[in-house]
Design a binder for this molecule. Structure first.
Ligand code: C5P
Length: 220
């Protein structure tokens, strides 16, 4: 079977990965993997089952038993749509805590790899280029200043009708990024062969054009 083309987009929260990944998937007509949403769904399942985050065996079991489907941007868990409820900072924070547990990451690995289906996949997350798809054709590591990321996340939440306070948002984003960068399993770091892009002073349209240029140079 021919190799499936994969583009990975990794980076910290609020750098614009989600928008970039979704634009790339639409452009190429490829599948899209929002791996952060997967960790958020586990967080939601853990919360619903009132599992203590310190109980690693039960949290891992929740990840193994996960019944979720992603349909054109909608997230459905056990028959219930949870697209918006998983987007809160509280859910992001819980997701980041359980994402630091190696057995949870291991439980989600196969499912993520199975998303690499023809004609191609754009995968967005923290460890897409380093761990999940180390053979990806193109790896992007997208960053932006902490202030800019907090501002973008604030606007994103506002658009979804979720109220937030920008300074506490900046603090939780910082806390989450530090945890994601410092964990021992699959930390948030660029793959050695990733292309680093800073979106602080660039629009997403500019970043998108730059990525398309590199993708073209790679024959994608
Ligand atoms: O990208 P998003 O903010 O939705 O991710 C939520 C959390 O899930 C992140 O803070 C991170 O801890 C975790 N995550 C991860 N690996 C991924 C994607 C997300 O550890 N590939």
């Amino acid at each position: 079977m021919a190799e499936i083309s994969v583009i990975t987009v990794d980076g910290p929260s609020g750098a614009g990965k989600g928008t970039l990944a979704s634009q790339l998937a639409t452009h190429f007509g490829w599948h899209l993997l929002d791996s952060g949403a997967l960790y958020r769904v586990v967080a939601y399942a853990v919360q619903q089952a009132e599992i203590d985050i310190a109980d690693v065996a039960q949290v891992t079991q929740a990840a193994c038993d996960l019944s979720v489907s992603f349909q054109s941007g909608r997230v459905v868990w056990q028959g219930t749509e949870i697209t918006d409820v998983i987007r809160t900072e509280q859910m992001g924070n819980l997701a980041s805590q359980l994402a630091a547990l190696s057995p949870v990451r291991a439980a989600l690995l196969d499912w993520q790899r199975q998303q690499a289906r023809a004609p191609g996949l754009v995968a967005d997350g923290r460890d897409m280029g380093t761990v999940v798809f180390p053979q990806a054709n193109l790896k992007i590591f997208l960053t932006a200043s902490a202030e800019e990321r907090a501002k973008r996340r604030y606007q994103q939440l506002e658009q979804r009708g979720i109220t937030a306070n920008i300074s506490s948002l900046a603090a939780t984003i910082r806390e989450r990024d530090e945890r994601d960068q410092q964990r021992s399993d699959s930390p948030l770091i660029p793959a050695p062969d990733a292309i680093l892009l800073d979106s602080t002073d660039r629009t997403i349209a500019e970043v998108f054009q730059r990525v398309l240029q590199v993708a073209c140079e790679r024959g994608l």
